[in-house]
Design a protein around this ligand. Sequence first.
Ligand SMILES: NC(=O)c1ccc[n+]([C@@H]2O[C@H](COP(=O)([O-])OP(=O)(O)OC[C@H]3O[C@@H](n4cnc5c(N)ncnc54)[C@H](O)[C@@H]3O)[C@@H](O)[C@H]2O)c1
Length: 358
Amino acid sequence: MQIGIVKEIKDHEYRVAATPAGVAALVAAGHRVRVESRAGAAIGYADAAYQAAGAELTDTEGVYRADLIFKVKEPQAAEVALLRPGQWLFCYLHLAAAPGLAAELMRGGVNAVAFETVLDAAGRTPLLAPMSEIAGRLAIQAGMQALEMKNGGRGVLLSGVPGVPPGKVCILGGGVVAANAARIAIGIGADVTLLDLDANRLRAFDVQYGGRLKTRYSNAANIGECVVDADLVVGAAYVLGRRAPRLLTRELIRSMPAGAALVDVAIDQGGISETSHATTHSAPFYIEENVVHYCVANMPGAVARTASLALAEATLPYLLKLAANADAALKADAGFAAGLNISAGRVVHPGLAVDLGF
Ligand SMILES: NC(=O)c1ccc[n+]([C@@H]2O[C@H](COP(=O)([O-])OP(=O)(O)OC[C@H]3O[C@@H](n4cnc5c(N)ncnc54)[C@H](O)[C@@H]3O)[C@@H](O)[C@H]2O)c1
C-alpha cells in the first residue's frame, strides 16, 4: 500500500505521525511511503532521515495521492479538499465535536479511522492514552500559568510556600488525563480533589495516594462544592467517542473565585463547561465570568518531540495491520474496528452516530 505521512498545518502543531524508524518498518513490510517535505523538521527529523529510511519525499498534493493518509490531527479545511473517495485516513478525529468535518468526510467517501476510539483487549484507548498522559501532565503547567497575574489569574502558587497553604486543584474525571494531572499536582504539593463516576477508579487512586489525594463521586452537588473554592479546575471527563459531559454550568463558573483557572482538556470532545470554547497555542487563554480559561485542543503539540515519539510507538503496530489488509485487520479485531468512525459515506461508530443525530 502507498502510505502518506503529512506535515501538520494546525496552529503550532509540530508533531509528526511517523518517525524515520517507523518509516523503515513500513518499507520493510513492503509498503511505499511518501513523506511530505519538512514533516518532521521542527522536531529534529530532517527530510534526509526519512529518505534514508526508504521514503519518497513529496509535496502536499503528492502526499495526499497515497492510498492511506497517516497524520496526527484531524484534517483542516485545506486538507479535506485533498482527500478522495476510498482513501483511508488514520489520525485523531474527535468528530462528536465536529459535525461539519464528519459531514465532509461522509460526502468525500473516506474511510476514517480515529485514533481516539480504537480499543485494546481490556477496553482501554491505547492510541489516546499517550497523548492523554502528556495533556494531563501539561494541564497543571497550563493551570499554573493561567493563575499568574499577567494572564488574569488570582496570583496563587499551587505549591504554596512555608506558612502559606497550597492552592486547591479539582480534577473532573479519573481516567488517563486525570491520573497524570493528579500525579503532577500532588508532586508539587497542591491540595487535590478528584471526582469520577467509577467507584473502582476512585478506589485505585485512594490506594495509590492515600491521604495525599481526596476522591469524591462525581455528581452535581459534589462538583459544585469542589469547584466553588478551587483555584484550578481540570476538565478530564470523557465517555468513549461521545461529546464531553457538560459538568459545569455558566452559573457554577461564576461561583468560582475571581481569577481562578479552568483547564478544559476535554475541549477536543466539546469541553466540560458551558463557557468553554477551543483556543490555540498562539492565544491559549481567555477570561469568562472572571475565570481564566485554557482550552487548547492540541495540548501535546507544545511538546511535539516527546509527543511524536510516544504516539508513533503506539500507532505503528495498528498502521502496519491497516496497511497490510485494512478490511481483514478490522474484521479480526473488534477493538481496532471500534476506531472506524466513517466508512463509504456513513457514520459507523454507534456513539458518534447518536451524538451526530443519526
Ligand atoms: N486537549 C488535548 O490536547 C487533549 C489531549 C489528550 C486527551 N484529551 C481529551 O481528554 C479527555 C479525557 O481523556 P482520557 O484519556 O483521560 O479519557 P479516559 O477514558 O481515560 O478517562 C475519562 C474518565 O472520565 C470519567 N467520566 C465520564 N463521565 C464523567 C462524569 N460525568 N464525571 C466525572 N467523570 C466522568 C470516566 O469514568 C473516565 O474515568 C478526552 O476528551 C480526550 O480526548 C485532550
